[in-house]
Design a protein around this ligand. Structure first.
Ligand code: KG4
Ligand code: ZN
Length: 351
């Protein structure tokens, strides 16, 4: 089956066509992403109204381009999938309404996809991984451990009690004047910095729970920067390296703990750690997680960077997985600005 996926929940407008064969293997036929970085750059962050308008301006063209690139006319699609939340409501409405219009005009099923489910299932598209697995989802809006038992079957083991990890990267970049997107900018600076120069706090880490907290860390970074202002290039690089090393240690420690829980709760299942979301593109964090996985005899899958950050292929794939299980959604499906992965009713067999 061939599914069109539309993603408009934040500042990427994206359309993709993904194929799923009878054995459940996936193949990306087209994956077109248009970032809105330039529109939002002057404001230092994503402006929801501008984002929604930009989605309106570009989505049609991107869908046509995906269809041309894949060589798949819209009439030959098996379903239309779109992010229906969580995200900025104006943008989600643009994508979901476009999907509804296409599905109605073409007489195809509509699949309303949870954006987080798109991230959660990407490793099945890229690496064909089997259920169950432990997902570490680290993006601009989320930092959580999720036990993925099946399509729609998620159990959240821990989350952030304040800022998301990507958000912490973005805020540190902003206070250092590094521009957007913050994560890659901080990572670039960190490469030439000294990760041991600053000792930043690791909030919550002494507690056994699998939750994160990053807002105190961000404040500590701000105070350290104010303390030594004006900042030289070396200072900026050292702050970035120290910050990155600190969050890496936090994430690695939590991953170790989560894998202990995985083994305890799923004895006899080979543990597998899947990392998803934009921050999964970070090299230092990836390397540390590789070490944690190797030490505990766990498989590790991190999809390629372009499929860790927001894209249409992950939405098309989640749509294909749901469609393969006989799920589709009505045209009355309302956009959801908030939509946790473990919401009752997500499960495919719950319908
Ligand atoms: O998954 P994503 O594209 O969008 C959301 O759904 O949030 O994640 C974007 C987040 C941003 O906060 C960005 O700064 C962060 O991922 N990010 C990174 C890197 N690349 C993207 N953070 C650290 N290192 C990176 N290389
Ligand atoms: Zn995302």
């Amino acid at each position: 089956m061939k599914v069109l996926g539309i993603e408009t929940s934040c500042d990427e407008t994206a359309a993709a066509i993904v194929e799923r064969d009878a054995e459940g293997r996936g193949r990306i036929l087209a994956n077109i992403v248009r970032s809105q970085l330039e529109e939002h750059a002057p404001f230092g962050g994503v402006v929801p109204e501008l984002a929604a308008r930009a989605h309106v301006s570009h989505l049609d063209r991107l869908i046509r381009k995906a269809s041309d690139t894949a060589g798949v006319p819209l009439a030959r699609l098996d379903a239309i999938a779109a992010t229906a939340g969580p995200g900025l409501i104006g943008g989600v409405l643009v994508g979901l309404t476009t999907a509804k219009a296409l599905a109605a005009a073409l007489g195809k099923p509509l699949i309303a996809v949870n954006h987080l489910e798109g991230h959660a299932l990407t490793a099945r598209l890229t690496n064909g991984v089997e259920f169950p697995y432990l997902l570490l989802l680290v993006s601009g809006g989320h930092s959580q451990f999720v036990l993925v038992r099946g399509v729609g079957d998620y159990e959240r083991w821990g989350t952030t009690i304040d800022d998301a990890l990507g958000e912490a990267f973005d805020k540190v970049a902003k206070l250092l004047g590094l521009g957007v997107p913050g994560g890659p900018a901080v990572e670039r600076q960190a490469q030439s910095g000294d990760p041991r120069r600053f000792r930043f706090p690791k909030p919550l880490l002494r507690e056994a729970r699998l939750d994160f907290s990053f807002s105190g860390l961000k404040t500590a970074v701000r105070l350290a920067a104010e303390d030594i202002a004006p900042l030289s290039e070396t200072d900026v690089a050292d702050i970035c390296a120290s910050f990155e090393a600190t969050v890496t240690e936090i994430v690695a420690t939590r991953a170790r703990q989560a894998l202990v829980r995985f083994r305890a709760e799923l004895p006899g299942t080979a543990p597998l750690l899947v990392v998803a979301g934009g921050v999964a593109a970070n090299k230092r964090i990836g390397t540390a997680l590789r070490k944690v996985a190797d030490e505990s005899g766990t498989g590790l899958v991190i999809p390629p960077p372009g499929l860790c950050t927001d894209n249409g292929a992950m939405i098309a794939w989640a749509g294909a997985e749901r469609l393969a299980l006989g799920r589709q959604d009505g045209f009355d499906f309302a956009a959801r600005p908030r939509w946790p992965l473990d919401t009752p009713g997500m499960a495919v067999d719950a319908a």
